[in-house]
Design a protein around this ligand. Structure first.
Ligand code: S3P
Length: 439
């Protein structure tokens, strides 16, 4: 949990009177950090993770693995050493396993725990306790797992041991890396092969990391197949910077006139960077510069650019699923109308992100016409106001950026949850010249 004494509850922003400038190192990728500690715990041998995201969500995953009997140490900030116990070396926890705010932790752990010889209960905070879990429970039951949810299909998730899981071929109805990953992880414990066919390709970090650890796994965009019973071996992981965290300073640099900013060593996984394509279609000047020896990491160089509204191609939606709050802000500052469709998943994220963004932008004087699966955002001028994040980290950060280009001060309430993905966000923005004050 965040320290309530040092965590701000609200931010006050001022219209930025000078351009943003300088370079910023972006914290470690959340998706990769979760997977690195979770999978290394199931491997044989010792794995060293560098660039681990020091945030509430990823620390929750590390804490759960420790509760399950795994020795994890922290030699330095942003590093973890995990002494893997092998696929069958976890131990039961008497207490429920608390995933905090993290859907990734809860859904991926559902897969892992379905294959154990002991019972477990997964719980989460108020937001996570309202999010849909049937999407993982139903296919895991098809694999033979014994999983109980609440009457409304949410956590607590109660998992009891079964004799043996069996591999299935599953055609997923929602584009979700979390659902795919839960099934592949359960597939490690299943008899035969587990196949997942996706409606649209999603991030493949689970597949690439399990392959690096020696799993028998085949995959291509939209498809993955794993064989059960194959042990994993320890592997060191260098976590790239999180594109989803970079997205906030990226859009800020586009919107604050005269800005020129460089974001360093950001992971450029193609299933994560849909926002870049969409912003470029809107007129953004963004350059991606490879970092020598940096693998998929690149620096991103941004020059402030006038933006215009577009119809966001639906094909980009899964590749920018976490970036819609900040896209809505870019759209509010663009000339004309930006149309988003095919994004109903936004309604079941940490908050109903379509409703929360529409509500906040309307408060600031922007016209937003909501639909079931998106919105039309009419570009205009952002005025003064008080907006509420609904306890959603990405809504809070999106409105902080809006505050830099509004015509008058904003107050953003309920910002403590930024600790789940980007501790230090306000000071990182301050280093570029942004004025976001804590209250
Ligand atoms: C994630 C997948 C996405 C994303 C989430 C992290 C992951 O969720 O929104 O922030 O690490 O697999 P879905 O797979 O449910 O779309």
């Amino acid at each position: 949990m965040a320290d309530p004494a040092s965590t701000p509850r609200a931010w006050h922003t001022q219209p930025n009177t000078r351009p943003l400038s300088g370079a910023l190192r972006i914290p470690g990728d959340k998706s990769v950090s979760h997977r690195a500690v979770m999978f290394a715990a199931l491997a044989h041998g010792t794995s060293h993770v560098k660039g681990f995201l020091e945030a509430e969500d990823t620390r929750a995953t590390a804490r759960v693995m420790q509760q399950l009997g795994v020795d994890i140490s922290t030699p330095a900030y942003g590093e973890r050493v995990i002494h893997g116990v092998g696929l069958n070396g976890l131990h039961a926890s008497e207490l429920p396993l608390d995933c905090g705010n993290s859907g990734t932790a809860m859904r991926l752990l559902s897969g892992v725990l379905s294959g154990q010889a002991f019972a477990s209960t997964l719980i989460g905070d108020d937001s996570l306790s309202t999010r849909p879990m049937q999407r993982v429970a139903q296919p895991l039951r098809e694999m033979g797992a014994d999983i109980q949810l609440s009457a409304t299909g949410t956590s607590p998730i109660q998992i009891r041991p079964v004799q043996q899981l069996r591999g299935i071929r599953y055609e997923a109805q929602v584009a979700s890396a979390q659902v795919k990953s839960a099934l592949l992880l359960a597939g490690l414990y299943a008899e035969g092969e587990t196949e997942v066919i996706e409606v649209a390709p999603t991030r493949d970090y689970t597949e690439t990391m399990l392959a690096a650890m020696g799993a028998e796994i085949a995959f291509k965009p939209g498809y993955a197949r794993i064989r059960g019973g194959v042990p994993l071996k320890a592997t060191n992981v260098d976590v790239p910077g999180d594109f989803s965290s970079a997205a906030f300073s990226l859009v800020a640099a586009l919107l604050v006139p005269g800005s020129h900013v460089r974001l360093q060593a950001v992971g450029m996984h193609p299933r994560r960077t849909g926002l870049l394509d969409v912003l470029r279609m809107m007129g953004a000047k963004i350059e991606v510069v490879p970092v020598s020896g940096g693998g998929e990491c690149c620096d991103i160089e941004i020059h402030a650019s006038p933006l215009h509204g577009i119809d966001v191609p639906e094909v980009h939606v899964p590749d920018m699923i976490d970036e819609f709050p900040i896209l809505f802000v870019a759209a509010a500052c663009a000339k004309g109308i930006t149309r988003v469709r095919g994004a109903a998943e936004l309604r079941v994220k940490e908050s109903d992100r379509i409703a929360k963004m529409a509500e906040g932008l309307r408060t600031l004087g922007i016209r937003v016409d909501e639909t079931a699966d998106g919105a039309d955002i009419h570009g205009g001028t952002l005025h003064a106001g008080v907006v509420h994040s609904g306890g959603d980290h990405r809504i809070a950060m999106a409105f902080a950026i809006a505050g830099l280009v509004a015509s008058a001060p904003l107050k953003i309430c309920d910002v403590a949850n930024v600790e789940t993905s980007y501790p230090g966000f306000a000071s990182a923005m301050a280093s570029l010249g942004a004025d976001i004050a804590s209250a």
